[in-house]
Ligand binder design. Structure first.
Ligand SMILES: [Zn+2]
Length: 451
């Protein structure tokens, strides 16, 4: 009987050791635009053997993006756990309050804490490298998105060498290392798999380095992308033209957690990344920062240097992510671009808040009356809402919405005819029918109404 306490002691020791070994650290690697369709192919043909080895002992998921799938919006959602409507990073750029020129969107536009604020306020050691919207740098930001060379290969090497050395030296609880090159190469090669092989092979070596680091630190390695990319896809739209670049993005990004029993699990959403990392850090429910959390920004960066971000703006333009690099119009004193209002409108529309979406699209058009995408979005919203009102017998509301649609079509005038008829305005209805027929004479049933 004397053996029982001994066994218990050993068990307790073992449990303690296991718990102790399972330190609550995480190395998070962001691979912009990484897509299982490409990665699986590169694992299978041994272009990415390190990733293959990681996946042997990892949980693997599809990570579903949000709309619109634009990198600063999505990564900030991943880093905060909330919608762009709350975190307020709504575009790639903003108008600089000082120069009124466009500059890459800044950390002080973010309205809620990011995971590095949460972790730092809980006394965790944090290092962040290259992530969107991290300039001016807050505590824990080692390399901002403005500290990077324009060329993606050079940027990849700089980020990796800095991050690897820093993580080794500082043994952080949370490291976030973000690479944009995995998305850029897709846009620049129009999704050419062969032209991308060498770069992804280098990314694979880098992943192997972080796996080794994670092993040394007893950390979890988490790899994720903000959206997928249609590798090998056929598109009429250019992969680097304004307003169409993002049409190459797919909804399905990637998520990997290592080490973990090998598993393919159900899809996860980008807004669940923050809570997943908090859970690994043992900060459940730690989303709210401790009172007095330091959210202050160091002005001008760590080394005191200031950056206008001109290089980054030029790069975003080359990638087709910016429709214009024009400075702020005289009509605004704010920092928000027309695109930020347009993006906000799209998100509001998707969440069913049509009236707020309408106001956002109109704000975009106030700043840039020739903004084609905002015009189209406002038209779509008015036409859809007009038809809904007609169905609900709100004839007056239907007429008001439909008559505000800017782009004429046979269908629009037919809808206006129905709405005016519903109001009892026979003349206006007949006139609308004629206008519809003028645009498309081949509508025999409509023609019968006026002939
Ligand atoms: Zn992206």
């Amino acid at each position: 009987m004397r053996r029982v306490p001994v066994v218990l002691t050993i068990l307790t020791l073992l449990l303690f050791t296991c718990a102790h070994r399972n330190e609550k650290r995480v190395i998070f690697i962001g691979l912009d635009g990484a897509d299982w369709r490409l990665l699986d192919r590169f694992v299978a043909d041994a272009t990415m053997p390190q990733l293959g080895a990681i996946l042997e002992h990892a949980e693997r998921r599809v990570l579903l993006t949000q709309h619109p799938p634009l990198s600063p919006l999505v990564w900030t959602t991943m880093m905060t756990g909330v919608s762009p409507l709350r975190h307020r990073i709504l575009d790639f750029t903003r108008y600089s309050p000082a120069t009124r020129a466009q500059e890459p969107i800044t950390s002080d536009e973010r309205a809620v804490p990011a995971i590095w604020n949460m972790a730092a306020s809980h006394g965790k050691r944090v290092g962040v490298f290259g992530m969107w919207a991290t300039y001016p740098p807050e505590p824990g930001i080692v390399l901002t998105d403005r500290d990077l060379p324009r060329d993606y290969v050079a940027a990849t090497e700089l980020i990796h060498s800095k991050a690897r050395a820093w993580i080794r030296a500082n043994e952080p609880d949370l490291a976030i290392v973000y690479f944009q090159g995995t998305d850029e190469i897709g846009h620049f090669t129009s999704g050419d798999v062969e032209k991308s092989r060498a770069y992804f092979h280098r990314i694979d070596e880098i992943l192997g380095d972080y796996r080794a680091l994670a092993e040394e630190l007893h950390a979890q390695l988490v790899i994720a992308s903000d959206h997928g990319f249609d590798w090998g896809g056929k598109h009429d739209e250019s992969s680097t033209a304004t307003a169409t670049a993002a049409k190459w993005h797919r909804n399905e990004g990637i998520f990997v957690r290592w080490p973990h029993a090998k598993a393919i699990k159900e899809p996860m959403r980008v807004d669940q990344i923050c809570s997943t990392l908090l859970e690994i850090l043992d900060m459940h429910g730690g989303a709210a920062p401790a009172s007095g959390a330091d959210l202050s920004r160091e002005s001008g960066g760590r080394s005191g240097r200031r950056s206008t971000g001109d290089e980054q703006v030029a790069k975003l333009k080359a990638l087709g992510y910016l429709s214009s690099t024009a400075p702020a119009p005289k009509t605004t004193t704010g920092t928000r671009t027309p695109q930020s209002f347009n993006n906000e409108g799209l998100i509001l529309r998707e969440t069913g808040r049509d009236d707020a979406a309408e106001r956002a699209f109109m704000q975009a058009l106030t700043l840039d009356p020739n903004y084609a995408s905002a015009k189209q979005n406002l038209d779509d919203l008015l036409a859809k809402r007009g038809i809904e009102k007609l169905r609900a017998r709100d004839c007056k509301g239907a007429v008001a919405d439909l008559r505000r649609v800017a782009k004429e079509s046979a269908l629009l005038w037919a809808s206006i005819a129905a709405a005016e008829g519903c109001l009892g305005n026979d003349r206006a209805a007949e006139d609308a029918v004629r206008r519809s027929l003028a645009l498309n004479p081949n509508q025999p049933e409509l023609r019968r109404l006026v002939d």
